[in-house]
Design a protein around this ligand. Sequence first.
Ligand code: PLP
Length: 466
Amino acid sequence: MNQLLQNDLNQLDAILEKTKQQGLSYTHQLNTRPTSTRTIITKKDTLNPEGLGALGALEAFNERLEPLMVASSGPRYWGFVTGGSTPGAIVGDWLATVYDQNTQSENGNGDNSAKIELETIQLLLDLLELPKEYLGGFVTGATMSNFTALAVGRQWLGKQKGIDIAKEGVTPNLKVLTATPHSSALKSLALLGMGSNNFIKIKVLEGNREAIDPVDLEQKIMALEGAPFILISSGGTVNTVDFDDFEAISKLREKYAFWWHIDAAFGGFAACSPSHKHLLKGWEGADSITVDCHKWLNVPYESAVFFIKEKHRKLQVETFQNSNAPYLGDPLENFTYLNFLPENSRRLKALPAWFSLMAYGKNGYRDIVENNIQNALQLGAFVETNPLFEILAPVRLNTVCFSLAGTENQENVNIFLKKLNDTGKVFMTPTVYNGKKGIRAAFVNWRTSAHDIVEVTQLMETLAKA
Ligand SMILES: *Cc1c(COP(=O)(O)O)cnc(C)c1O
């Protein structure tokens, strides 16, 4: 064995102890550590013939790179839709690294850890109150989940036209209908060779809405004259968290054949809130659903799941079959994840989610979700009552979409946001809604408190006055 590796093995206790201390110190400082950094890396490290050993590498990291780490898993990082890591999730994530399984099968093709992944999917279906008719799996994020689901949808579309797209390649004229898709759904269409511009846009409902107008949807369907299509619907749009009417879509489903996909990356967690779960009514009719875990489940990046109806198992295998591996047996009988999703080798991605779900249960997640809804309502109430600001859309769940008051202030919105983010006390992201420059704050972190909102609103007021 190489000498440095041997030394590290001999002092593994000390190495891991030091790493643990560092992790603890970051976690304890999440409340005070800046949410943005101005650190610039001047000198680049080069690969030396001689290594530094693990502790030497840790020193090198701490000297130059550690200051780049912002408090993105802390309570006042409201940009994008950034979750955090519960203590349970950290345990699972550390152990996933230590055990380093290659998660594929449940029946003894070497590693059996897919059993844990399948079990975690069941826990998630319980949490989200979805029927057990879904086969699910873990991927890196909602983008890959959308991609996976839409790939099976594409295979379904081809089948309606008598083409096996997985084998024969993409055929033109595949129809997609959608109203307010997330950019990652369009990116998926690009990757699938279907074209990110190549969709029919359904009208949204009137009055500050981003949800599908079911009447227009039916008209667009009739105009297709029976051609098969994919419907990409939203279980929480990213700007204003608007939900499509899944009951209305279910009714159309009885009349017309289509692949129904729901992107519920974070909105799916409305299922955890007794007061908001009605937003998802009827979603169990979808063929495929995307849910992110590194957002509201509060497990670390990278973690998301797809749910695809079990009845589409054959289509899913056709889409992802690793066909030249006869030693794996019949893919419909010998379950292994590599025939059901894009990756072959993969880590035990489910473990952080398994630990967090076991650790906090249904009530724990209800409390996280309800608390974040309160956070959003509190900020929303401030924005609505303070003359310096204006709300751009009603607070429907956990996101506040707002701007500086007055058209004359439109050019100052991004300057204001930069000043706010530069304080390092809070981080939010810019957006454009209804032609207006706005700011978006999304609440999905388990540590955010009413006190954090007060602190930030005071800061907002001071900066907007200046
Ligand atoms: C965040 C998000 C995505 C993309 O998710 P990633 O985890 O960043 O890949 C897709 N759809 C919606 C609605 C989202 O909020």
